[in-house]
Design a protein around this ligand. Structure first.
Ligand code: FES
Ligand code: FES
Length: 157
């Protein structure tokens, strides 16, 4: 008998794991969704950011037992029928990614930001994204892409 049935990207996923297993490892190792990354494992870097009920959370610091019936969305769940979201398109248009390691977490945080604040200021962006570390320092492009998506712009400005 699986211990937990999670709702991940709109689909039920039955998993048999210990209660204290971090959601990050359930997503990556048990379910096979490896777009969510492991950075620090201590809720400090944001690489593992996913959504639960639309809120950006750290999957490395969230035990599977705390997820309950929450709707988990990972980077794999953003595009619909192969169509990237406007934010993902803006990300591509502005060549935000460098090494890419932090980027799924960045996009998940930025997606949650725009859902709650469709026209964020620079200060709003900095505050919302402060927990997502990028060793490649893509912060200016992240800001640009978020503004671009918020304004419905296409292409590099
Ligand atoms: S891996 Fe979760 S915050 Fe760093
Ligand atoms: S793109 Fe390399 S760590 Fe962010």
């Amino acid at each position: 008998m699986p211990k937990y049935t999670l709702n991940v990207n709109g689909e039920p996923k039955a998993v048999d794991v210990d209660a204290d297993t971090p959601l990050l490892w359930v997503l990556r190792d048990t379910i096979g969704l490896v777009g969510t990354k492991y950075g620090c494992g201590m809720s400090l870097c944001g690489a593992c950011t996913v959504h639960i009920n639309g809120q950006a959370i750290r999957a490395c610091g969230t035990p599977v037992s705390a997820v309950g019936s929450g709707k988990v969305v990972t980077i794999e769940g953003l595009a619909k029928n192969g169509e990237l979201t406007p934010l993902q398109k803006a990300w591509c248009d502005h060549d935000v990614a460098q090494c890419g390691y932090c980027q799924s977490g960045q996009i998940m945080s930025a997606t949650a930001l725009l859902a709650s604040n469709p026209k964020p200021t620079d200060a709003d962006i900095d505050a919302a994204m402060a927990g997502n570390i990028c060793r490649c320092a893509t912060y200016p492009r992240i800001r640009l892409a978020i503004h671009s998506a918020a304004e419905g712009k296409k292409g590099v400005e």
